[in-house]
Design a protein around this ligand. Structure first.
Ligand code: GAP
Length: 496
């Protein structure tokens, strides 16, 4: 069964994935802090994206630009004039809503047919007693809403010590623009040929009118964006190059989410209708994920045409073209933009990984993270924390494995409970050191130098020598299926 958002919020807090920002002061609306395991998960997602889309491709390079940019960037890009949402205000309680989201909210109603009793009515439904539909503020149920006004989503600030119009600056609302304004710097310094792309991951800021749904829509978030430049005069498979590459990027991004574990049934594509396309877009396709709130945008892949390069060229007076050697002419490349939100990707991986299972009459919560994304890859656990040799051996193994992987040592509970704790944070493998490993000096019984590896998903175990442990874990974490590796070690002891 898919988890609810409350289940994920509660697990995230309990196990150190995500905390409410400034919680001890009552919290800051829509701002979240990534805890010790959340920051690992986030880093792993960003690292996998960077490695797969930037480092391992011959046609990609990276960039890390500053968040504060020249204000003209936002004039040229259209953000100053067009990056707006329609908002309405309640004249009574002053709460503000996105005009196009008001009907999606449950609403408060004081019903005249029941002597003014207060009801909370699900979004879009009429009152079951008087048949009324929502006309007033959905929150307080008393105030009228103002007509919609356009509200710019950019955060404004001032550069330098003086707060005056001349020093206005904006926190970037997308990472994309830095890749357009640096187009020529990157082209010249790296001697690139079309088609090529620039990738960048970093923070973006939007003063969203109705943020919410945990980390799904926040005012400060991270993006991983690619601007992929193609020659508009070229054809690929008899199709215009920009259209061919657009479809190719949609496939590549879908394949990436599948590769890191998102299930097919939780992914789908959604084509933007002509009237919802952004001002720069010829075609946009969203990859949607089935979140606890329903199907919603995970990322967008847009064909931005030559809009941005032409705008920045016009406003800066600098040429942003590419010299086409074959045609002996300067061209303005078209741009395909796969734009992904890190926080939304993390929420998708968390939702998809969550399972509740029944094991021997008890509930087991397990996060089936892909081993590359899992915050902890291996947990080393001593069976008895009072046996010095066991603890010493386990700590030695942890230190050794930590040179290659994300490894923890835990001796704060009995082994069954330690396994459940690791399941709940998605650790793919636990290594247990027991009396058999180290022997018993009291009875002069020699140890066999073997430890147990336990697989998170099947809960099966194998025993391997400490000398080969790193090799076996290397195979498992490198993608060899558990069954293949386990088959070499004979019948497994019962699941634990
Ligand atoms: N440069 C294009 C661009 O920014 P977008 O669809 O507005 O396009 C891209 O944003 C991605 O950034 C979205 O698909 C989503 O994953 C993420 N994103 C956008 N706004 C967000 C917000 N307020 N909170 C969290 N993630 C957000």
């Amino acid at each position: 069964m898919a988890p609810t958002m409350d289940t994920l919020v509660s697990l995230s807090k309990r196990r150190g994935f995500v905390f409410q920002s400034s919680e001890i002061y009552g919290g800051t609306g829509s701002c979240w802090d990534y805890g010790p395991l959340g920051v690992e998960l986030k880093q792993n997602i960003k690292h996998a994206w960077w490695r797969d889309f930037v480092q391992s491709r011959a046609d990609m390079v990276g960039l890390d630009a500053s968040i504060l940019m020249h204000p003209m960037v936002w004039k040229a890009s259209g953000h100053l004039d067009k990056f707006t949402d329609p908002m309405v205000d309640c004249r009574e309680c002053r709460l503000r809503f996105r005009a196009d989201h008001v009907d999606e909210l449950a609403w408060t109603h004081y019903c005249p047919a029941t002597k003014g009793n207060k009801f909370t009515i699900p979004s879009g439904e009429a009152c079951g007693h008087c048949g009324a539909r929502r006309t007033l503020c959905p929150d307080c149920g008393k105030g009228e809403l103002t007509p919609p006004r356009q509200f710019n989503l950019m955060f404004k600030t001032f550069m330098g010590p003086v707060e005056e119009d001349a020093s206005v600056a904006y926190l970037r609302p997308e990472t994309a623009q830095a890749m357009f304004v640096n187009f020529d710097n990157v082209l010249q310094s790296m001697r690139l040929k079309l088609p090529f792309g620039i990738g960048q991951a970093g923070r973006s800021f939007r003063n969203e009118i109705t943020p919410g749904n945990f980390i799904f829509r926040t005012r400060e978030f991270e993006q991983m964006e690619i601007e992929y430049f193609v020659n508009p005069h070229e054809k690929v498979d008899a199709r215009p190059a920009d259209e061919w590459w657009h479809d190719r990027w949609i496939e590549d991004c879908l394949a990436w989410f599948r590769r890191y574990g998102l299930q097919e049934e939780n992914l789908r594509l959604r084509e933007h209708a002509a009237d919802e396309l952004s001002h720069y877009s010829k075609r946009t396709v969203d990859i949607e994920f089935r979140y606890p709130i329903g199907w919603s945008e995970l990322m967008g892949i847009a064909n931005r045409t030559d809009f941005d390069l032409k705008q920045h060229s016009k406003f800066s007076g600098k040429s942003l073209t590419y010299f086409d050697d074959e045609r002996k002419e300067h061209v303005v490349p078209f741009v395909v933009e796969p734009a992904m939100g890190v926080d939304r990707a993390l929420l998708a991986f968390l939702t998809d990984a969550y399972r509740e299972e029944e094991v021997r009459g008890e509930k087991r919560v397990v996060l089936r993270f892909h081993p590359e994304l899992a915050p902890i890859q291996v947990a080393v656990l001593p069976l008895l924390k009072k046996r010095e040799e066991i603890v010493k051996t386990a700590l030695g193994i942890r230190a050794d494995l930590a040179k290659r992987w994300r490894v923890v040592y835990d001796d704060t509970a009995a082994i069954g409970r330690l396994y459940r704790r690791q399941d709940e944070v998605g650790t793919p493998y636990c290594v247990t050191v027991d009396v058999q490993t180290v022997g018993d000096s009291g009875t002069a019984e020699a140890g066999d130098g073997r430890v147990t590896i336990r697989d998170r998903d099947s809960m099966q175990q194998i025993r391997v020598s400490v000398a080969t442990l790193a090799d076996v874990l290397g195979e498992l974490l490198g993608g060899t299926p558990w069954e293949t590796v386990a088959a070499r070690f004979g019948p497994a002891p019962p699941p634990a």
